[in-house]
Each structure stands twice: as structure tokens, then as C-alpha cells.
Design a protein around this ligand. Structure first.
Ligand code: 3HC
Length: 694
């Protein structure tokens, strides 16, 4: 075996030259990998003992893409283009042997080979769009030449991979190898030689482009079909333009156009933020004071207290991960209702074709309901999801402590209450943790995990691993009112209310935040969640909010009652501004002695977003969040903050912390100390630093 570089080796195995990439963890195309593959191809070409070549990867996956850590650094030859060109030009058939995931530059490398074979569990895709870029090494030119334009448009603009059997069906791979992948690939390569099959250069193939050449309207239709999903994103449009170039231009010109469109995105803020977020998400899974090798508690079964909207949604996550769930309610009726809703949700997913009937049946077979708390005595983890009341939660945790086996984790889904206080009623506070799911809990990806002063490292490590198992993205935070997500949300809500008192209307505030990229503004969101919930909480605390209270007093609880801050005519989900609400707002302003004024969109945006940033800085300073990027993960996955703006903290870095501080100070002078910049923010700004340096 010859080492070509540190990460790539070449060996003649009989009459097949085998190039092996071994660059953990995911064989990304760093300089050493690129140079190694190119060198391997040159070695195979020159090796008279071999008549074909196999490219295979060691470890858990085929090449998972370009090395994202190299982005933004000066390019180092050979480029991936040069590597792929060398493979295409090789005088002997080159076969890619794919296992794990061939993603991005990894699939582009495979598309540079003359043939591809894959293991049955392999996945292939071009996920660059998720990083705010496009496949920049010929993917937009080669993929449509293999699978046709409609499928290439779908794969490249969604970034979603396809499985091996689909790849075989559409001709992206030639064979699925059931046994040893390398041996199977070698046998396939020998067959290519024996049968005198051609050295297929995808760049020469034009047949699959014909359909689009004859139907230019295809692109306009496709643009329309993804417009809502890709609102404000720059990358999908450039992906489409690059595929258009594949159809309209000769291959070399198409490649050039792809490059231009790629560079345009690479230099933009959106891709910077999306790449930042890729690493932010992976960082968030790590807790600095919890070592990687912390022993985990084996979670085989779960108990969920409460079969309401949250409890039911949480249960679905566990069922889908194959973990049996016992769900507990106080009455048979509530239990039956809760289980019926779970079944209805699954049935809807099946009818949309997103789940098979078999998978649904399997999930439901893992679900048991009970009204007897004792039935959960043997589960490994309990998640309490009853309504937000400290006394009720304390009573439940006292009982759980008595009933549950030693070593069981006791978690609460509270979104505001002090979990130290909840843990203190048990004899095992080290096993108590917050697992704050976001509604709808079977859909939203965020799991805000809350450690108390006593939560053990093993419980934390277990819950982080569990999150991944049930398809969630976790971030660990500390105890405070509202934790990270809702504490920041409250700052925005306060300003939204203040803005409509001073002169804006709900539709103004909502439009500005929607245009900024959020899925909806605060008033549309309140109507969706139900205004009665916060009304009851205010009543419980003896608090008042003149506009919100007046709206609730009219029974306008939001979408579910057909009216809230907006009207929802005939069951529509589209908010329509309502003069009745405007009257309520005008009266509230008058009662408060406020002379209403015109408020600019810029002021609305800053007044809503800057207090969030300031609160984020306080949260960081208090150590409630470990990193600024954890706050961003929480806001992107829990509240729909646009990923192309990275998260509120990354957005602040983008604007410049000195600019944020300057505006906060101006507001402080105008409106008082609510706006005082957080000390951490002031310090970073004065040192010319960013939150990422904090
Ligand atoms: N470059 C650099 N590092 C990468 C990487 C990449 N392309 N892909 C993954 N990593 C790193 C991760 O940061 C992580 O590092 P850490 O352990 O220090 O946190 C480690 O590899 C393992 O990654 P995951 O935790 O994500 O492992 P999983 O097993 O859950 O997932 C994966 C594996 C599906 C390959 C996932 O990592 C992934 O989706 N990677 C990115 C794939 C991608 O986007 N490829 C396209 C890159 S852009 C490109 O190719 C441009 C080209 O067109 C020119």
C-alpha cells in the first residue's frame, strides 16, 4: 500500500487499483484528501498491473462534502474541479464505492467517476443549499445530466438526500452491493472491463436535458412551487439559475456559470450565517463541564405525565424512535382524548404520504395509556407535561420520587418555573432536569434542556444523547425565569405591545418581523397560540395589559375563536386587520395619555430585536447559556428565526456590537433604563469584539 498523502492511500489489489480515503470523522475533502485522490488516480493510470480503479472510503461514511472549515481561506490546489477532471480523464474505468453518505462535494466526486455502486443503506445528496451555497464542483451541471432536470431541481434546491434504492432507480448508481462493498465494487469494475463498457463521462451526456430544453416553462413553474418555502433565501434561486445554465450552455460554460453563482453566494452574509449555524448546532450538543466519556443511563422506556397537546406531542417523538411510552392522565376521558389525538396526527401524516401505515402501527403498538401513576414505576425516564403550576408540579414530583425506580430520570417540561425548587421536593435532585419541548412537540426540532444546581453529569449527558435519538437538536441552559428562549421572547413581546400603544398597529409590527424573515409576527403568533393562556397567567399574577386584556374580555382568544388581534373569517387562518381592535388600541393609548405617532419600520425592527440581543448578553453573562451560538440555536429551532441571519446573537455581530450599543443608548436616553446596554455587550463593543469572542 502506498500512502499518497496523510489521508489517502493507493494499492493494486490484483488487477484493480484501490484508492482509499481515510480522513475521520467524515472524509471531508480537505487539501490532503483532494491531493490524495488526484495522486491516486495518477498512480492507477500509470500502474500497468491494473485495468480499473475503485475509490472507497474508510470509516463511517463516503466523502461527506467539501471541508467546511476551509471555506473562506485561500484556495490550495488541486481544486475539487481538478480532482474530478482527473478522474473523468482517467484512461481506466473509475468506480466510486459509496457507503454512509455521499454529500455535496462527495457526490460531486462520485459523479466524476465513470460508475457508482453503493451499499443498501447509503444516501446521496447535494445539501449545499442548506449552507447557503450551491454545489460548486459541477454538481449543478452533472446531476441533471443523470437524473433529469425536474429531479435535479428538487434535490439541489431542497438539499435532501435520497436513499440507495432510489439512486439505483434513477440511474445515479449502477448497482447495490449487499455484502462487502469494496469487494463488490472491485467485481463491478472488473465486469466493466470484461464487458468492454464505456468510460462514462457525465459531462458528455446530454439526453436527460432534452425534456427541459423543449419545455423552458419548467423553471418558472418550479420557482413558483418553492416560492413560499424559500422566501428570502438567496441560495435556491442561484441553484435554479445554475441548472438553467446546464440546460442552456455547453458543459464548460455551464461550469463557469456555476462558479460565478457559487462565488456570489459564498461571499454573501446568508451563507456565512448558515455555515456558522452548521457548527453552532454541533457545538450546542457539547457541555464543557461534562466530559465526552461520561457514562450514560440506558433509556429503554419512557413515562409521560399528561396527555394534552404537549404530552401527546412529546410521546410521538419517543414512539418514532422506537422507545415504548406509558402516558398517564388523571381521568379515562382525558387519556382517551389524548391518545385519539396522537392517532389522528399519525393518520394525517400517513395520508400525506410522509409515513407508512406499518410505521404508524409500530408506533402505536409501543404506546400504553393509564390513569394509575404506579404503572410508570419501572420506566427509565419520566417527562411531566401538565399545566404550569408550581404546587401541582411539586405534588407530582413528590409522588414520582416515591414511585419511580432508583436511577430513573425525572424531567419536567416546564417553560418558566424554577426547576431547582421542583427538584428539591425529591430525594434525588441530581436526577431532576428540565426538558422543554416546543409546540408542536412532534414537529419543532429544539429541545431546551435545563440543568439545575444539582443535575448530575450523567443525567445531562444522557438527555443530550437522548435528544439526538428522538430527532431533536438540544441546547443545555441554566435555570431562570423563562430560561433562554422565552426570556428573550418576553423582551420582544413587551416592545411589540409598547409599539402599538405608541402608534403602530399589530399588522405593522407583524409585517416588519415577517419581512425580516420570521414565520410570523408576535400578534399573529399570539393569536395562533391562544390569547387566553397568557390572560389567565396575568390574572393569576394580578398583572394587567390593557390591550391584551380588552381583547380577551371580548372572547377573542385567537384563531380558535375566529378572532384575536385579527379576524379569521370562516375558519380561515389568514389574519385580517380588524377596526374593532384598532379602536381598542386607540382607546388604550388615550387612557395612557400617549399621543400616537407614526413609527417607522426601522424603529419597529430595532425596538423588537435589540432588547432580545441585550437580554441574550445578560443571559450569557449570567452563565445561563454557555455560548452565544447556543442562544442562536434556540432561536432558530424553537422560534423560527431565519437561519440565513444565523440567530439573534450572530445578527448582532453582523450589525456590529458598537452599533447595537449606540442605538440602545439612544433609546435609554429617550425611554429610560430598560434600554441600558448589558455590561458584557458594552465591554465587547468597546473592545471591538463579537459575541463569538465572548
Ligand atoms: N466539513 C468539515 N467538518 C465536517 C463536515 C464537513 N463537510 N461534515 C461534518 N463535519 C464535522 C462536524 O462538524 C462534526 O465535528 P465535531 O465532531 O467536531 O462536532 C463531525 O464532522 C461529525 O459530524 P456530525 O456530528 O454532523 O455527524 P453525523 O454522523 O450526525 O452526520 C453528516 C454526518 C451527515 C455527514 C453530517 O455531518 C453532515 O451533514 N455534514 C455536512 C454535509 C455537507 O453539508 N456537505 C456539503 C459541504 S459543502 C460542499 O461540499 C461544497 C462543494 O459543492 C464544493
Amino acid at each position: 500500500m502506498t500512502a499518497i498523502t496523510e489521508f489517502v492511500s493507493y494499492e493494486a489489489e490484483g488487477d484493480v487499483g484501490v484508492i482509499t480515503v481515510d480522513s475521520p470523522p467524515v472524509n471531508a475533502l480537505s487539501f490532503g484528501v483532494r491531493a490524495g485522490i488526484k495522486g491516486g488516480i495518477e498512480a492507477a493510470d500509470a500502474d500497468s498491473s491494473v485495468s480499473s480503479v475503485v475509490l472507497v472510503c474508510a470509516g463511517r461514511t463516503f466523502i461527506a462534502g467539501a471541508d467546511i472549515t476551509e471555506f473562506g481561506k485561500p484556495p490550495k490546489a488541486p481544486s475539487l474541479h481538478e480532482v474530478i477532471a482527473a478522474m473523468e480523464a482517467c484512461s481506466k474505468p473509475v468506480v466510486a464505492a459509496i457507503h454512509g453518505t455521499a454529500l455535496g462535494g462527495g457526490l460531486e466526486t462520485a459523479l466524476g467517476c465513470h460508475y457508482r455502486v453503493a451499499s443498501p443503506t447509503a444516501k446521496v445528496g447535494l445539501p449545499e443549499v442548506k449552507l447557503g451555497i450551491l454545489p460548486g464542483a459541477g454538481g449543478t451541471q452533472r446531476l441533471p445530466r443523470v437524473v433529469g432536470v425536474p429531479m435535479a431541481l428538487e434535490m439541489i434546491t431542497s438539499g435532501n438526500p435520497i436513499g440507495a434504492s432510489k439512486a439505483l432507480e434513477v440511474g445515479l448508481v449502477s448497482e447495490i452491493i449487499d455484502g462487502d462493498l469494496k469487494e463488490g465494487a472491485k467485481a463491478f469494475a472488473r465486469k466493466v472491463v470484461a464487458d468492454g463498457l464505456p468510460l462514462v463521462k457525465i459531462s458528455d451526456q446530454n439526453d436527460k436535458l432534452k425534456e427541459a430544453r423543449e419545455n423552458p416553462g419548467m423553471f418558472a413553474d418550479f420557482r413558483k412551487s418553492i416560492a413560499r418555502k424559500t422566501r428570502n433565501f438567496e441560495a435556491p434561486e442561484n441553484c435554479i439559475k445554475a441548472i438553467e445554465a446546464a440546460v442552456e450552455l455547453p458543459f464548460p460554460d455551464g461550469l463557469k456559470r456555476e462558479r460565478e453563482l457559487f462565488m456570489e453566494l459564498m461571499q454573501g452574509e446568508q451563507s456565512f450565517s448558515q455555515r456558522y449555524f452548521f457548527f453552532a448546532e454541533r457545538q450546542a450538543a457539547k457541555i464543557p463541564d461534562v466530559p465526552k466519556d461520561t457514562p450514560l443511563i440506558d433509556i429503554k422506556t419512557a413515562g409521560i405525565i399528561g396527555a394534552g397537546t404537549m404530552g401527546g406531542g412529546i410521546a410521538m417523538n419517543f414512539l418514532q424512535a422506537g422507545i415504548p411510552v406509558i402516558i398517564v392522565e388523571t381521568t379515562q376521558e382525558a387519556l382517551d382524548n389524548g391518545i385519539a389525538i396522537i392517532k389522528k396526527n399519525y393518520a394525517a401524516t400517513v395520508s400525506k404520504g410522509r409515513m407508512s401505515q406499518d410505521a404508524m402501527d409500530k408506533c402505536l403498538s409501543l404506546l400504553t395509556g393509564t390513569t394509575n401513576l404506579e404503572d410508570i414505576k419501572d420506566v427509565d425516564i419520566v417527562i411531566e407535561a401538565v399545566f404550569e403550576n408550581m404546587d401541582v408540579k411539586k405534588e407530582i414530583f413528590t409522588k414520582l420520587d416515591a414511585i419511580c425506580k432508583d436511577g430513573a430520570i425525572l424531567a419536567t417540561n416546564t417553560s418558566t418555573l424554577d426547576i431547582n425548587e421542583i427538584g428539591a421536593v425529591t430525594k434525588r435532585p441530581e436526577y431532576v432536569i428540565g426538558l422543554h419541548f416546543f409546540s408542536p412537540a412532534n414537529v419543532m426540532k429544539l429541545l431546551e434542556e435545563v440543568r439545575t444546581d444539582k443535575t448530575s453529569k450523567s443525567v445531562m449527558a444522557t438527555c443530550m444523547a437522548l435528544a439526538k435519538r428522538i430527532g431533536k437538536v438540544p441546547a443545555m441552559v441554566g435555570v431562570c425565569d423563562g430560561f433562554v428562549g422565552n426570556r428573550i421572547l418576553h423582551r420582544r413581546a413587551e416592545q411589540a405591545t409598547q409599539l402599538i400603544l405608541e402608534g403602530a398597529l399589530p399588522q405593522d409590527v407583524d409585517r416588519v418581523l415577517y419581512d425580516f424573515g420570521l414565520p410570523m409576527g408576535p400578534f399573529a403568533m399570539a393569536d395562533l397560540a391562544g390569547n387566553d393562556v397568557s390572560w389567565r397567567i396575568r390574572q393569576g399574577k394580578g398583572q394587567k395589559s390593557p390591550i391584551a386584556d380588552a381583547i380577551c374580555e371580548l372572547g377573542r382568544f385567537g384563531q380558535k375563536t375566529g378572532a384575536g388581534y385579527y379576524l379569521y373569517k370562516d375558519g380561515s387562518r389568514t389574519p385580517t386587520p380588524d377596526p374593532v381592535v384598532e379602536d381598542i388600541i386607540l382607546k388604550a393609548s388615550k387612557d395612557a395619555g400617549i399621543e400616537r405617532r407614526e413609527i417607522s419600520d426601522e424603529e419597529i425592527l430595532k425596538r423588537c430585536i435589540y432588547p432580545m440581543i441585550n437580554e441574550g448578553a445578560k443571559i450569557l453573562e449570567e452563565g445561563i447559556a454557555t455560548r452565544a451560538s447556543d442562544i442562536d440555536v434556540i432561536w432558530v429551532y424553537g422560534y423560527g428565526w431565519p437561519i440565513y441571519r444565523g440567530g439573534p446573537m450572530r445578527y448582532a455581530d453582523y450589525i456590529g456590537l458598537d452599533n447595537v450599543v449606540k442605538t440602545l443608548r439612544e433609546y435609554q436616553e429617550q425611554y429610560g433604563d430598560y434600554w441600558k446596554p448589558a455590561p458584557l455587550l458594552e465591554r465587547l463593543a468597546s473592545e471591538g469584539k463579537t459575541f463569538q469572542d465572548a
